[in-house]
Design a protein around this ligand. Structure first.
Ligand code: HEC
Length: 198
């Protein structure tokens, strides 16, 4: 076999040499994209802005403030219950078994006005019996959070709802109870302190 035919055979055996191609972006695409850019800029330039920027939303935080409640105005006990109590005692007033005691049918709620008021004012920590069941949780204090009218409204709400019909309490009673227990710095110690106040 000649040298030349050997070379041809070798060439046929091998794969062709790889090479790096070049595929530029087609001119049509470049033209369309360029035309879109030109159109966008021309459009922005030509658009007539009929609203001067000074007409924007110029309201300040002060414009969104709700007017302060008028002292002595009606306070909504149901609304306070929803905001302050519902998370624990539930919308039904039935609480959560073993964790949050029920307000429905509770002797603490429907008993003396002063008792329910004192519980809401100072909260409770320690063992508490409600309807024969034992609870040992933390009832928060509301004396710094709610004023006399608000406590009166929410106590009235729990005494008059969830099947309870124990009557409303007024802000003057809450004021007197607040003054009478002003020296009491911590939550009531469950049954140990509250049974005596029944
Ligand atoms: C963070 C949860 C929580 C919130 C909020 C809460 N309570 Fe309580 N409440 C408790 C717990 C827990 C007890 C039982 C305390 C114990 O076991 O010592 C309790 C007990 C009571 C009791 C006496 C027991 C009973 O079931 O009658 C009354 C009355 C009461 N809460 C009313 C209210 C009112 C009114 C509000 C809203 C102003 C309120 N609670 C908000 C957790 C809460």
């Amino acid at each position: 076999m000649s040298d030349r035919s050997k070379k041809i055979q070798a060439q046929q055996r091998e794969m062709p040499e790889p090479y790096e191609g070049s595929r530029p972006i087609p001119w049509l695409v470049i033209t369309i994209v360029g035309a879109l850019f030109a159109f966008a800029i021309a459009y922005m330039w030509a658009t007539y802005q009929n609203n001067p920027p000074a007409y924007g939303d110029r309201r300040t935080a002060a414009d969104f403030k709700v007017a302060a409640p008028v002292p002595g105005a009606m306070v909504d006990g149901a609304q306070i219950y929803t905001a302050q109590c519902l998370a624990c005692h539930q919308a039904t007033g039935l609480g959560l078994p073993g964790v949050f005691p029920p307000l429905a049918g509770s002797e603490w709620v429907t008993g003396k006005e002063s008792l329910a008021i004192q519980i809401v004012l100072h909260g409770i920590a320690g063992d508490l019996t409600v309807g024969g069941n034992h609870y040992n949780g933390q009832m928060p204090t509301f004396k710094d959070k709610l004023d006399d009218a608000e406590i009166a409204a929410v106590v009235s709400h729990i005494r008059e709802n969830f099947g309870n019909a124990a009557g409303k309490v007024d802000a003057a009673t809450v004021k007197a109870e607040r003054a009478a227990s002003a020296a009491h710095g911590q939550p009531w110690n469950g049954d140990a302190e509250l049974q005596a106040m029944k």
